[in-house]
Design a protein around this ligand. Structure first.
Ligand SMILES: [Zn+2]
Length: 287
């Protein structure tokens, strides 16, 4: 299979009632693990990187690495910019060879978010690249409120979502519905009532950020309400670091970096496979 766009992946997911798992990466082992997991499950997958991760790897190196690895695999893979902070960063990613970009103007007034997202859509669509936007503010779980069910503010407004999709032409967007990035202190209270309204009024595939720690039944319910892409990042890094720490503690003096990194990479394969199955995208790769 080859490199595809997020639109190609998400439209199929929406029609087929599953979500495509999107994993952030910032190095070789991480990327190998994601692609191994998706290949073993015959699943479509999104490899994404935020600006800090792109700066760490270099955009050209990152895209060349993913393309070299993915082009020989029997699964569709998309290369996506996560939380693009500016028009300029989106344009840089078009030049690097990304097949999908996110522009996150969620902290701006709606009119400004719409105007900027529209500019990104015009440029990206001219290059055959798909675009994800954001409405409502998806914050950090650690900064959020306490409580038996963590209840976040800054939620997406369905009226604004409808206007945003109509005026920008985005292919998909992330709506804040009670989700957050990082580790939740308690189960997050996802607002499925909001999600239902948003789905009815927009009709485009929806994206759920902060997938780490959202219970499986909530993931499944979100998929029935139009969520077609789910982002996982913290859970992968946590598993990698915990396994690497244990390996280092049990191998004092060992200087074989490949041997030391392999168990951590294999832990990431296991975690990625678990989350791909939660998204119900296993077996959904197409020829
Ligand atoms: Zn996010």
């Amino acid at each position: 299979m080859s490199i595809v766009t997020n639109k190609q992946l998400l439209d199929r997911g929406l029609a087929g009632h599953y979500a495509v798992a999107a994993f952030n990466t910032n190095n070789l082992e991480y990327t190998q693990a994601i692609l191994q997991a998706a290949t073993e499950l015959n699943a479509p997958v999104i490899i994404e990187a935020a600006k800090s991760e792109i700066d760490y790897m270099d955009g050209y190196v990152f895209v060349a690495m993913v393309r070299a690895m993915a082009e020989k695999l029997p699964i569709p893979v998309s290369i996506h910019l996560d939380h693009g902070p500016s028009y300029e960063e989106a344009i840089r990613c078009l030049r690097y060879g990304f097949t999908s970009v996110m522009y996150d103007g969620s902290s701006l007034p709606l009119a400004e978010n719409i105007a900027n997202t529209k500019k990104v859509v015009e440029a990206a669509h001219a290059c055959g690249v798909s675009v994800e936007g954001e409405i409502g503010v998806i914050g950090q779980a650690e900064d959020g409120p306490e409580g038996p069910k963590q209840e976040f503010t800054g939620l997406a407004d369905p009226d604004q979502c409808e206007e945003f999709v109509k005026k920008t032409g985005v292919d998909c967007f992330a709506a804040a519905i009670g989700n957050a990035h990082g580790l939740y202190k308690n189960k997050p209270l996802l607002r499925f009532d909001l999600l239902t309204q948003i789905e009815k009024r927009t009709g485009v595939p929806l994206v759920l950020h902060g997938g780490t720690g959202i219970p499986e039944e909530d993931i499944r319910k979100a998929i029935t309400l139009g969520v077609s892409k789910i982002n996982f990042s913290t859970v992968m890094r946590k598993g990698f670091i915990e396994t690497l720490t244990a390996t280092l503690n049990s191998s004092p003096g060992d200087l074989d970096l490949m041997k030391l990194l392999t168990p951590a990479r294999m832990k990431m394969v296991e975690i990625a496979k678990h989350h791909i199955k939660m998204c119900m995208s296993d077996g959904k790769a197409w020829k």
